[in-house]
Design a protein around this ligand. Structure first.
Ligand SMILES: Nc1ncnc2c1ncn2[C@@H]1O[C@H](COP(=O)(O)OP(=O)(O)OP(=O)(O)O)[C@@H](O)[C@H]1O
Length: 613
């Protein structure tokens, strides 16, 4: 028996107190009996410890695991391990596989990865790590898989171009990772591996060109930076206009000097009036010309905004993100009003059809549908204006900031999001004689209204977009199977996407995420497989395990979600039925226990699995 390794693990066990029995007994032989432990051939050392989802709690005590100096595999995934990355893991020099995903680890990543030069696969996803990604990762010459998704890492990416063995990387949903361009080495991986980051996205900041940009730096060469700069055509027009004004002013000054000189000489030929007629356009005329070229913003009835296109052009703008249909900006107007402006790309509809669709969308006034306030259509630009939601979307609330300052989304709020979104979508489905399709339901298109209820946005755009536009991978996790085949969305495909959002609320996982084998998988498929194999609490978001008396509701909601994501569209429930079903789950609770309370420490560690209910 590896007695020294055994002692180290027993010390680890005493402090971590797993909720599942591991059969780790001081008197029993480690190599044959102890759950999750593997020894080398002669039984002299422990080489693998695999303890996924066994209810380990708290910080890994120092000088315990680190004493297993022959360890090659360490999997402590899906527990409730907190604290920083254990500094003494540097002692584990032979480590090749490290799985610490789905825990509550925080703080920076280890600075020097080169101490583990055998590392082949690292998964630290779904934790609360923050700080930058260390450049020392580039020295892992055997690394095949690196997963840092769903943390709060920020800053610039190090150059990992030397990692020729790397086959899989996932950096997604580290919202503050940035970089103007996608580095060459990252381009060989699918875009889902850096979705939800700012890599390749214009950095947030003031990008309005109408605030006298330094020409040549932020103007024509960098079309991305122009947004509210609108199109290059409009921008060019303004530059030309300014040039003509300057030339006209110069001509005016020269002419005045010339006339004055002549007058002084007593031989004045041209009067001031003549000069003005000759001098071409005055600046005022330019403004009115511009107004002719640009249509105005079309506001919907009841909208209390008083700005116009010019105000919007002058506003400072910040990129919120790039989506399927274009880029969304936060624009702050001179009176400090903030609005969200969606700048559409690949619009196929002509002006008339576009306006008709906008009228349908803008006519929906419902507390669970984000109101379209205004739109703009010109040959080069198509804009949509909404209220700005400063809290961010449900996607941000669920998967965003997982660091120290994270505010967990409690069960009550998740239920309100689900009911609100269901009502909003049901309302949309009634529009246009019951034919309107949302077409893009996902958690980044759901916000919280003033009552903290779900509120859906970004509807009805598939109808005006080019069907030839390339499918966006970020939509993939939400797309019903029939939409992948036919590229046509329907109300029943909306139900499928809504089911995925429900699964997101229940599991806390993104629709495309990584699992134990470090393979990118589909949330729907993952939930199906877990439910098929065993009803484990692993399906539910660890954050939800803090709340008492919600297991039954979670299971009911899981069943509702599963009914939405069935393959065959006609077996899915209608949105109106879903509203009733979800309300029933919520109502039953409010009549028993109005506010689910966080559990006491003991209760939390004894959480029953759905099969035990
Ligand atoms: N009204 C709004 N207030 C605050 N943030 C918004 C608003 N509308 C959109 N956003 C955020 O801006 C970002 C980009 O949104 P956008 O709708 O362009 O793309 P998306 O939601 O990621 O994808 P898609 O285009 O498929 O909907 C998202 O993070 C979204 O949540």
């Amino acid at each position: 028996d590896p007695s020294e390794d055994k002692r180290a693990l027993l010390e680890f066990l005493t402090i971590m107190r797993p909720t599942r029995s591991l059969n780790w007994n001081a008197t029993s032989p480690v190599c044959n009996i102890w759950t999750g432990v593997t020894c080398n051939k002669d039984g002299s050392r422990i080489i693998a410890v695999r303890l996924p989802g066994v209810g380990l709690n708290g910080q890994i005590p120092s000088n315990t695991i680190s004493r297993l100096s022959a360890l090659r595999v360490l999997s402590l995934r899906s527990n409730r391990i907190s604290g920083q990355f254990p500094a003494d893991f540097v002692e584990l020099k032979d480590l090749a596989f490290l799985y610490l995903q789905d825990n509550h680890l925080s703080g920076p990543l280890p600075l020097d990865f080169s101490v583990w030069n055998n590392l082949t696969s690292v998964n630290l996803s779904n934790n609360r790590f923050n700080g930058t990604i260390p450049g020392s990762l580039s020295r892992l010459r055997r690394i095949q898989s690196l997963n840092l998704a769903n943390n709060s890492l920020y800053g610039a990416l190090p150059d990992l171009s030397l990692l020729s063995t790397l086959q899989h990387i996932d950096l997604s949903n580290n919202h503050f990772l940035n970089g103007d361009d996608i580095p060459g080495w990252l381009r060989r991986f699918p875009s889902s591996s850096y979705a939800g980051t700012n890599i390749g996205v214009v950095p947030p900041g003031d990008v309005s060109i109408f605030k006298t940009p330094p020409v040549g730096e932020q103007t024509l060469q960098k079309p991305k930076a122009h947004f509210l700069g609108l199109s290059e055509t409009v921008f060019l027009l303004i530059v030309i206009a300014l040039c003509i004004v300057v030339v006209a002013a110069l001509a005016f000054v020269l002419a005045v000097c010339y006339v004055r000189r002549n007058l002084r000489r007593g031989d004045g030929i041209i009067s001031d009036t003549k000069l003005q007629k000759k001098g071409g356009m005055s600046p005022e005329k330019f403004v009115s010309r511009m107004e002719d070229v640009n249509n105005r913003l079309s506001f919907f009835e009841g909208c209390n905004y008083s700005f116009d296109l010019e105000d919007l052009l002058r506003a400072s703008a910040e990129v919120l993100g790039k989506g399927t249909f274009g880029t969304t900006y936060k624009a702050v107007l001179e009176d400090a009003t903030s609005v969200a402006v969606k700048r559409l790309k690949d619009v196929a509809a002509g002006k008339r059809d576009f306006e008709q669709q906008m009228e349908i969308i803008g006519s929906i006034k419902h507390e669970n549908v984000v109101e379209l306030k205004a739109y703009y259509y010109s040959k080069d630009e198509k804009l949509m204006v909404y209220d700005y939601f400063s809290q961010g979307s449900v996607a941000t609330l669920l998967h965003g900031n997982r660091g120290e300052n994270r505010i967990p989304l409690d069960w009550e709020t998740r239920m309100r999001i689900a009911i609100g979104a269901a009502k909003g979508i049901a309302r949309i489905h009634k529009e246009n004689n019951g034919k309107l399709v949302h077409g893009n339901i996902k958690s980044s298109n759901i916000f919280l209204n003033l009552e903290h209820s779900g509120c859906v946005s970004d509807l009805g755009l598939t109808a005006v977009m080019s069907p030839l536009a390339p499918p966006i991978s970020r939509q993939a996790g939400y797309r019903a199977p029939e939409v992948t085949d036919t590229r046509k969305s329907s109300q029943l495909s909306d139900v499928y996407s809504f089911g995925v959002v429900l699964l997101e609320l229940l599991t806390g996982k993104s629709p495309i995420h990584t699992t134990a084998g470090d393979e990118i998988i589909h949330l729907v498929r993952w939930v199906h497989s877990v439910v098929r194999e065993e009803w484990t609490a692993e399906v539910f978001d660890i954050e939800l395990l803090r709340y008492a008396n919600i297991e039954e509701e979670m299971v009911e909601m899981l069943q509702i979600a599963m009914s939405c994501v069935v393959k065959s569209a006609d077996q899915r429930p209608k949105m109106s039925d879903l509203v009733r079903l979800i309300e029933n789950v919520g109502n039953r609770r409010t009549s028993i226990d109005p506010e689910p309370k966080p559990k006491s420490e003991n209760e939390a560690s004894e959480t029953s699995t759905p099969s035990e209910i």
